[in-house]
Design a protein around this ligand. Structure first.
Ligand SMILES: [Zn+2]
Length: 197
């Protein structure tokens, strides 16, 4: 009875300046006046009162999305900063690796935290780590940086990775994030299942 209605913006009601599928609007009967927004993985979820008019929704949702993006921009490291952080981590923890990435970029990846291509020494970091605690981001950067030298997760790789001082808490953060993401995605999956009848 108090189940929020999930509404994925389709082509006919996509708001200006917002890419499809990136924004989820939840109409909640529990919510009387408040409107709130938060990041869930690659998406921004905006929760609005069930009775809010379509006109108000079209006015308020972009405002909330802009607010979230501004907050994220303020706390997100530049790609240049990611590269110099990798340099610091390797210098401190694995001085025997002298290779450095040719490029480090943020990438919208929902299945992985990061990836490294040895041939062109390129590293990609999931944008789900924007705003993550330093130790979690560092752990992924360090992991991918070791791949510059070791392609697989063999004994040598693991030995170097184990030098990261906060590996345990970092893994716990990443696992917890993924578990929460799965749990939050569940109502949508259920809705699709019900729609199929
Ligand atoms: Zn790996």
């Amino acid at each position: 009875m108090d189940t929020p209605a999930f509404e994925e913006l389709g082509s006919e009601n996509t708001l200006p300046g917002i890419n499809e599928g990136e924004i989820i609007v939840i109409r909640s009967t529990r919510r009387k006046k408040n409107i709130s927004a938060y990041r869930q993985g690659g998406r921004i979820v905006v929760s609005i009162p069930a009775r809010m008019s379509k006109a108000d929704e079209r006015a308020m949702v972009p405002e909330m999305v802009a607010k979230i993006r501004a907050q994220e921009a303020a706390i997100t490291m530049s790609e240049e900063a990611l590269a110099s952080r990798i340099d610091e981590l390797l210098t401190q923890l694995v001085p025997e690796i002298s290779l450095r990435p040719a490029s480090v970029v943020w990438r919208g990846m929902r299945e992985r935290w990061g990836s490294c291509t040895g041939v062109d020494r390129s590293i990609r970091i999931s944008d789900r780590l924007k705003g993550a605690p330093d130790y979690a981001l560092d752990y992924v950067l360090f992991h991918e940086a070791i791949h510059l030298e070791y392609f697989d997760h063999g004994a040598e790789f693991k030995e170097l990775l184990a030098r990261f001082p906060k590996a345990e808490i970092a893994s716990a953060y990443l696992d917890g994030y993924e578990a929460a993401e799965t749990a939050l995605a569940a109502p949508e999956a259920l809705k699709k299942l019900l729609a199929k009848g």
